[in-house]
Design a protein around this ligand. Structure first.
Ligand code: PLP
Length: 491
């Protein structure tokens, strides 16, 4: 017996899937139709859901309609709507029709493509699509699968940096001996994403030797090659072994761009693995006018961007290319009896299980393939350009209001700004901007986030949700202005 009515749901049945799948697609389409009606930042309190749901699973089946009613009434209030056109927080995490359809197809086929034989199309499509994307980004041929390198889809940029860090670690240890592990030094700027630190922790590196070199406004928060060079010299003089630099194109706080060509001039002679984290900004580099931001990538050992951020590909899809795939494989491969097969043993195929942390892997290339085919590179370029144009518009609005200041150059679709404290104010503006952020986000009509640059609390507005139009940017600015006026009057 079921509690909610309707015929019993089988584990799989083509006609039931068709019927219930249509219901679900209708539900999701209606969600997108009404997405602006929800508070973009969920306004629930911690623990809200436990009060609304029973404390054990149903004994008997319920109907999909019952579940969807609960989604509408109980789940959606606790959702922060990343796809809302009023979402300007963190960085975007794009959803698109093509990406959604690709996800759906991947769920439909539900294969686990750890080695070529476990689903040849999954491996081969991934290789082809990553070569397509490498070509669109004008990556050097060393990163293509046709050479010694190749691309692989990871879940996140955090996994990407971890796998290359481990590959670089083992590569250097093969030369200098395993006992040198406690002496290995990793470099990055203090603007580098925290995923690098996490990767160092997991990789068993000495946490004291993860050097986050200081940046400031004199380089627009980019890593200075001189600072890097000095740090490396000091470390070598102290008997340490420099081995890894994580450079960022488009830092999380302010989209700073580390100067790849100049940094490579420092890493190359010192035999240091250069990883480029372009998690957010990499997508923009398919546009000829933004490609120069990754000039110098030809000197890098690995390059990563999150297609799930700004490339219309639903989460998760983080694309990583390496020049020397054998370094990855040497660190990450295992060869248990139960996975042995002719193709793998003849070494004629890629087994992506040896390029990543888990064994199992989803058919993620389907959604990237769908995105690239259904939008084409020109459609993707239009998507990027439209967001950058909206960010330019927002920046102009901020500049026109003398109470505010743009605090870092806008390079892509992120604007960093702050409300200036009144003269004679004891507050350096940090509390004021903190309060402004709270006031703005508690409206539920807009969601932006913050960072701290050189000790100053800064507001960040990142354009990137596919539904965002100029009216949404304008409305966000109006809310910011209104709340700023109220706050300044209350001082
Ligand atoms: N690197 C940069 C520059 C980022 O902005 C982010 C996240 O925003 C990351 C890495 C981490 O991304 P992920 O969540 O895919 O690990």
């Amino acid at each position: 017996m079921e509690e909610g009515g309707g015929s019993e749901l089988k584990a799989m049945d083509a006609e039931q899937l068709r019927e219930q799948g249509h219901m679900m697609v209708d539900f999701i389409a209606d969600y997108y139709k009404t997405i602006e009606n929800f508070p973009v930042l969920s306004q629930v309190q911690p623990g809200y859901l436990g009060k609304l749901l029973p404390d054990s699973a149903p004994t008997h089946p319920e109907s999909l309609q019952h579940v969807l009613n609960d989604v509408q009434e109980k789940i959606l209030p606790g959702v922060t709507h990343w796809q809302s056109p009023n979402y300007f927080a963190y960085f975007p995490s794009n959803s698109s029709i093509a990406g959604f359809l690709g996800e759906m197809l991947s769920a439909g086929l539900s294969i686990v493509g750890f080695s070529w034989i476990s689903s040849p199309a999954a491996t081969e499509l991934e290789t082809i699509v990553l070569d397509w994307l490498a070509k669109a980004l004008l990556l050097p041929h060393d990163f293509f699968s046709t050479g010694q390198g190749g691309g692989v889809i990871q879940g996140t940029a955090s996994e990407a940096v971890l796998v290359v860090l481990v590959a670089a670690r083992d590569k250097i240890l093969r030369t200098v001996g395993r006992s040198a592990l406690p002496k290995l030094v990793t470099y990055a700027s203090d603007q580098t994403h925290s995923s690098l630190q996490k990767a160092c922790q997991i990789a068993g590196l000495n946490p004291e030797l993860c050097r986050l070199l200081k940046t400031d406004s004199s380089t627009n928060f980019a890593l200075s090659p001189d600072v890097l060079s000095e740090a490396i010299s000091n470390d070598i003089a102290s008997g340490l072994t420099p081995f890894f630099l994580c450079a960022t194109v488009g830092t999380t706080s302010s989209t700073a761009v580390d100067p790849l060509p100049a940094l490579a001039k420092v890493t190359k002679p010192n035999n240091i693995w250069l990883h480029v984290d372009a998690a957010y900004a990499g997508s923009a580099c398919i546009c000829p006018e933004y490609r120069h931001f990754i000039d110098g990538v030809e000197e890098a050992d690995s390059f990563n961007m999150n297609a799930h951020k700004w490339f219309l590909t639903n989460f998760d899809c983080s694309v990583l290319w390496v020049k020397d795939r054998s370094a990855l494989i040497q660190s990450l491969s295992t060869n248990p009896e139960f996975l042995k097969n002719k193709a793998s043993q003849e070494n004629t195929v890629i087994d992506y299980k040896d390029w990543q942390i888990p064994l199992g892997r989803r058919f993620r290339s389907l959604k990237l393939w769908m995105v690239m085919r259904l939008y084409g590179l020109e459609g993707l370029r239009t998507h990027i350009r439209s967001h950058i144009a909206l960010a330019v518009y927002f920046e102009e609005l901020v500049v026109q209001d003398t109470r505010f200041k743009v605090v870092a150059p806008r390079t892509f679709s992120l604007v960093c700004f702050r409300l200036l404290p009144p003269q004679n104010s004891e507050d350096n503006g940090n509390k004021l901007n903190h309060d402004l952020l709270d006031a703005v986000n508690s409206t539920g009509d807009v969601f932006i986030t913050h960072t701290v640059l050189s000790g100053e609390y800064i507001l960040r507005l990142a354009v990137g949700a596919p539904l965002t139009e100029v009216r949404h940017v304008h409305a966000a600015w109006q809310i910011l202005q209104e709340k700023a006026t109220a706050l300044l009057e209350s001082l």
